[in-house]
Write a protein that binds this ligand. Structure first.
Ligand code: GDP
Length: 432
């Protein structure tokens, strides 16, 4: 059965670790959206790998990885990641492919990203300034350049025409810019020599894999609450991080997704701007940030931290059709005297149990908490559910109740083997 693994909160839930952990049960891992703004951190035998664009499954020799059409690709970022992996002993040749329909991030996208954030001032989104949003804007604006367009090597063909038009338009917008389209084209020609062997019709290849009975994991980046349509707009990413994004971002039908696993932290974090109802501003927030090492994998930015928000996770369950959760970073809560769980919001005299669609309304919501006792015995590295302190099991049970799905996987540390896979859960069959 094919499995979609995605973020059930505001991103940084630990998807990298979970995808890496589950990869041995799959033949293929395919990433369906986002760009190198994602940062998936994986620890294997004490070694740290941060993957931005390449699916986390690449750390398993023999597994084939695809970057789908829904992803935006900065060729230099891709090559840097390939080189870094090679330096660590992972050869990607013959096991990494990029869709010819994926859109390219070009140098003017990075500049436009920085410019647009500066222009927004106080209303800035908090982007990673890597050109991802502007590349998606060009895609939707039907003026983007796709990986497959680089096949056109004629001096005055459509590729040169598109780049020239885009660079000219950007120079007009920026005013004092002197970017030359000839330089951009020259860089693209150089990039093509390295990109060409990686290019594939990803939809076709995935269809062939399925026909051959292979198992595929679809990997999301960012998180449900950062989805362009279903997240806290406009404080969102520029693509569909939800399960539906796997269909459009890879060219597969919805029935190809056999099950959906949502990755959620045992508390909540968010990076960048936008509402976060359970945010903790004082010493408790600081404590979560320090013990959880909540600093962005891509940018190093400190993450905003708060209690587990079951309203947000229930929403993720509905939007994605989640079958189960992979609950991560339980160990970060070790030693907390008590733990709050947000089960609803109080908003303008009303009690809400469903996520409001309006971002301003969400920003005005106050969390309604219930409080559970914490635990003193460490959970870090625990691999059997029964070995967890009784309070930790009660906490997980309550999270399952208020979220509406079971926690099939519980992560108790950043290493692969710091994990509990619950044999009695809905997900047990996925891992056989
Ligand atoms: P992703 O983008 O969703 O893959 O998440 P990030 O890589 O940005 O952030 C997750 C961080 O938490 C990484 O540094 C992981 O190594 C770490 N991590 C994942 N699971 C656990 C866990 O159960 N406990 C602890 N302490 N760290 C974890």
């Amino acid at each position: 059965m094919n499995l979609c693994v995605l973020g059930a909160q505001w991103g940084d839930e630990g998807k990298g670790k979970i995808v890496d952990l589950l990869t041995p049960h799959f033949n293929v891992v395919a990433r369906y959206q986002g760009g190198h703004n994602a940062g998936h951190t994986v620890y294997v035998a004490g070694r740290k790998f941060v993957l931005h664009l390449i699916p986390s499954g690449i750390l398993h020799p023999g597994v084939v990885c695809f970057i789908g059409n829904g992803v935006v690709v900065d060729p230099q970022a891709l090559f840097a990641e390939v080189d870094e992996l090679a330096g660590m002993g992972f050869d990607v040749a013959g096991r990494l492919y990029v869709s010819d329909k994926a859109h390219l991030i070009l140098p003017y996208h990075r500049e436009l990203d920085i410019l647009s954030e500066a222009r927004r001032g106080e209303r800035k989104i908090g982007t990673t300034s890597r050109g991802i949003g502007p590349a998606y804007e060009d895609k939707i604006g039907r003026r983007g350049v796709r990986v497959g367009d680089l096949r056109d090597t004629s001096p005055d063909g459509p590729l040169v025409g598109a780049v020239r038009e885009n660079v000219d338009a950007r120079n007009r917008l920026v005013g004092n810019s002197d970017m030359k389209w000839q330089d951009v084209v020259a860089d693209l020609r150089t990039a093509w020599t390295r990109l060409e062997p990686l290019v594939a019709d990803v939809s076709l290849r995935l269809g062939q894999s399925m026909a051959a009975g292979q198992r595929i994991m679809f990997e999301g980046a960012q998180g449900t609450l950062l989805d362009i349509d279903h997240g806290t707009y406009p404080y969102v990413t520029s693509s569909n991080a939800v399960a539906g994004g796997a269909c459009t971002g890879l060219g597969i039908g919805p029935k190809a997704i056999g099950a959906v696993l949502g990755v959620a932290k045992a508390y909540t974090t968010r990076v960048g701007e936008g509402p976060l109802p359970t945010e903790l501003h004082g010493a408790m927030g600081e404590r979560l940030r320090e013990s959880g090492q909540e600093y962005g994998a891509s940018t190093g930015r400190p993450r905003r931290c708060g209690w587990y928000d079951a309203v947000a996770v229930r929403y993720a369950v509905r939007i994605n059709g989640l079958d189960a959760l992979a609950l991560t970073k339980l160990d970060v809560l070790d030693g907390m005297g008590s733990l709050d769980i947000c089960t609803g919001y109080r908003c303008g005299g009303e009690v809400l149990t469903d996520m409001p669609g309006d971002t301003a309304q969400l920003a005005a919501c106050e969390p309604i908490y219930e409080t559970l006792p914490g635990w003193t015995q460490p959970t870090r590295g625990v691999t059997r559910y029964g070995d967890l302190p009784v309070e930790a099991r009660a906490y997980i049970r309550r999270l399952e109740d208020v979220s509406g799905v079971p926690a099939a996987v519980v992560s108790t540390g950043s290493e692969r083997d710091h994990t509990i896979i619950r044999d009695d859960s809905v997900a047990a069959g996925w891992f056989r």
